[in-house]
Design a protein around this ligand. Structure first.
Ligand SMILES: NC(=O)c1ccc[n+]([C@@H]2O[C@H](COP(=O)([O-])OP(=O)(O)OC[C@H]3O[C@@H](n4cnc5c(N)ncnc54)[C@H](O)[C@@H]3O)[C@@H](O)[C@H]2O)c1
Length: 247
């Protein structure tokens, strides 16, 4: 362990952890002393990453849109470790399309992964978190949850929903000692972001006051803060990590 033990002894689940920001969060959490359960659909990358992270990391195949998968995952983590301290609802899909062009298949997939997924996750961890009288849930939404943008009607809708669900969950679960916050990454250099055509990337850079895309590790440090006890008096709050793009 090379970190400062900011998550010493905690047990964390990170969804969508085989790639991008989820992978950076899993890596940082292990470094800071947590036992991390990485979940994803991409088993090859997930297993390979978990192996590089050592004994305090394990990978589980998990579709966030499937309620049975959540029940099995949380049962496994709880019976192995006796607790679930942190859930990072990071898995997501990005589908573009204008209001008169998007496909309903993209809509259904986006709602399933970006909205139903985190809601199932929040519901699944309530029982073990309630039992220990504490817990931290960090939802990963997007700058598209703070401001609508052309071409993102479907994505933005699911991410605004996640922001709203965060506030409701925070209000309902606070008396159980469970905190729920939401992080809004801007343009972060991950495989999802790299799908954008080069000309669109150049336009985006021009709009960012810090004049560069973010690194996944720069989002992970915010997620670490919210997962740790350092944020013990913070719940129901939005945190943008976006190089100032909304300024
Ligand atoms: N990259 C950005 O610029 C950006 C900006 C704002 C918000 N976000 C959000 O951040 C989160 C992480 O994105 P990223 O950029 O690291 O993307 P990424 O594509 O690199 O990683 C997303 C991971 O989620 C997994 N996943 C997809 N569907 C899943 C499912 N049904 N069940 C389990 N896992 C599933 C994928 O296999 C992948 O490993 C997402 O919620 C995304 O919407 C990204």
């Amino acid at each position: 362990m090379s970190g400062n033990g900011r998550l010493d002894g905690k047990v964390a689940i990170v969804t969508g952890a085989a790639s991008g920001m989820g992978a950076a969060e899993a890596r940082l959490f292990v470094d800071e002393g947590a036992h991390v359960v990485l979940t994803d659909l991409d088993d090859e990358r997930g297993v390979a990453l978990a192996e590089t992270l050592g004994d305090r990391a394990e990978y589980r195949h998990h579709d966030v849109g499937d309620e049975t998968h959540w029940a099995e995952l949380v049962r496994h983590v709880d019976s192995t470790h006796g607790r679930v301290d942190v859930l990072v609802n990071n898995a997501g899909v990005a589908r573009a399309g204008a209001i008169d062009e998007f496909s309903w298949d993209d809509f259904d997939l986006s709602v399933r992964v970006n909205q139903r997924g985190p809601l199932l996750g929040m519901r699944a961890v309530i029982e073990p978190m309630r039992r220990s009288g504490r817990g931290s849930i960090v939802n990963i939404a997007s700058g598209a949850a703070l401001q609508g943008e052309r071409g993102l009607i479907v994505y933005s809708g699911t991410k605004f929903a996640l922001r709203g669900m965060t506030q409701v969950a925070a209000a309902e679960l606070a008396s159980d000692g469970i905190r729920v916050n939401v992080v809004h990454p801007g343009c972060i250099d991950t495989p999802m972001h790299q799908q954008n055509p080069p000309e669109h990337q150049a336009t985006l850079i021009g709009r960012i006051p810090l004049k560069r895309f973010g690194d996944p590790a720069e989002v992970a440090t915010m997620v670490l803060f919210l997962a740790s006890d350092e944020s013990s008096y913070i719940t129901g709050t939005d945190f943008a990590v976006d190089g100032g793009i909304l300024l």
